[in-house]
Design a protein. Structure first.
Length: 276
C-alpha cells in the first residue's frame, strides 16, 4: 500500500514508465497493478550481473502469474536465475506474489517481518546481500511501516526505496504501524548518505527513477515539516478529529487518497502528543 499524496499542481512525466533495464545492475519489471494508490504499478527490481548465476528480486509485487513468469524469464534470459526474494516491507502490493514466486524458483523470501519470510533468515540493517560480485546493503528505514528497509547497490549508488520514497508525490505514514518520528529519522539518514555521494539515484517502489536524491530528500523533509505545522495549527484552533484535519490540510488532495491522508494525520497527531 503506497497511499501516495500528490502535491497540488505536480506534473506527470512525459515519458511512459515501463519495464526494462534502468541501471547497470537493476532491471525493472513493472507489475500490472496501476491505481491512484500505486501510481503506474509496483516496481519489481531485479538486481544482479548478467551471467553471474544469481538474481535478487526486490518486491515481487502482486500474485499475478504473468508478472511472476516475466520475473523468472528475465533472470533466465541473462543466465542469472532468481536466488533470493527480498521485501522492502510487507504491504500486499509489494509482497503478495512472494510465496508463489518462491514456489516457482525455490528461492527464500527475506523480510524484516517474520510473517512475510519464507526461510529462517530475516533482514538486518547494515548486512550485505550478494548476487555474484555485486553487493547490496540493507538500510533500515522504519516509518512508512515498522518493517521498511531500503537496499543500496553500493557499486553504482542506486538506492531501492520501496515506499519510503516514491517516484512521484509523497508517501503515507501508515499509522499505527508506521510512525512519523522514525520516518523523519530515516529520511535524515538517507539524506546523509546522499550528502556523502553514496546514494546517487533513487529507484522507488512506485513511479520513475530519480536522479537528484539530495533534492528529493530535502523536499520530503520540508513537506513533512510544513504538513506538521499545518496540523499543529489546526489543533491549536480546536480542530482535533483526523477527518476534519484532512478536510482542511489535505483539501487539494484527491478524495480517493483521503484514507491515506487520514493515516498520516493520525501519525502526525501521535507525534505532536509526544512533543507535549
Amino acid at each position: 500500500m503506497t497511499g501516495r499524496i500528490l502535491p497540488a499542481g505536480e506534473a506527470r512525466d512525459s515519458e511512459p514508465w515501463a519495464s526494462g533495464s534502468k541501471t547497470a545492475a537493476a532491471t525493472l519489471v513493472l507489475a500490472p497493478n496501476p491505481s491512484a494508490w500505486t501510481l503506474d504499478g509496483t516496481n519489481t527490481w531485479l538486481v544482479g550481473s548478467p551471467g553471474s548465476g544469481q538474481t535478487i528480486v526486490i518486491d515481487p509485487g502482486p500474485a499475478d502469474l504473468a508478472h511472476l513468469e516475466s520475473i523468472v524469464a528475465q533472470g533466465l534470459a541473462v543466465d542469472s536465475p532468481v536466488t533470493v526474494i527480498v521485501l522492502t516491507h510487507g504491504h500486499a502490493d509489494h509482497s503478495a506474489g512472494a510465496r508463489l514466486l518462491a514456489d516457482m524458483t525455490g528461492a527464500q523470501v527475506r523480510a524484516v517481518d517474520p510473517e512475510h519470510r519464507l526461510g529462517s533468515e530475516g533482514l538486518v540493517g547494515g548486512e550485505v546481500l550478494t548476487a555474484g560480485s555485486l553487493e547490496v546493503r540493507v538500510v533500515a528505514t522504519p516509518g512508512h511501516t515498522s518493517d521498511s528497509v531500503c537496499l543500496l547497490i553500493e557499486s553504482e549508488g542506486s538506492l531501492i526505496t520501496g515506499d519510503t520514497v516514491l517516484g512521484r508525490g509523497t508517501t503515507v505514514v501508515a499509522w499505527p504501524d508506521g510512525e512519523l518520528g522514525p520516518y523523519l529519522e530515516s529520511l535524515r539518514n538517507l539524506r546523509e548518505l546522499a550528502g556523502e555521494n553514496r546514494v546517487r539515484r533513487i529507484l522507488p517502489g512506485h513511479g520513475p527513477l530519480l536522479l537528484n536524491p539530495g533534492q528529493v530528500l530535502d523536499g520530503y523533509l520540508e513537506h513533512r515539516r510544513v504538513r506538521l505545522d499545518e496540523v499543529r495549527s489546526a489543533v491549536s484552533r480546536g480542530i482535533t478529529e483526523p477527518l476534519a484535519i484532512v478536510a482542511e490540510v489535505y483539501a487539494a488532495t484527491p478524495k480517493a487518497l483521503w484514507p491515506a491522508a487520514e493515516m498520516s494525520v493520525q501519525a502526525q497527531l501521535a507525534y505532536l502528543a509526544l512533543e507535549g
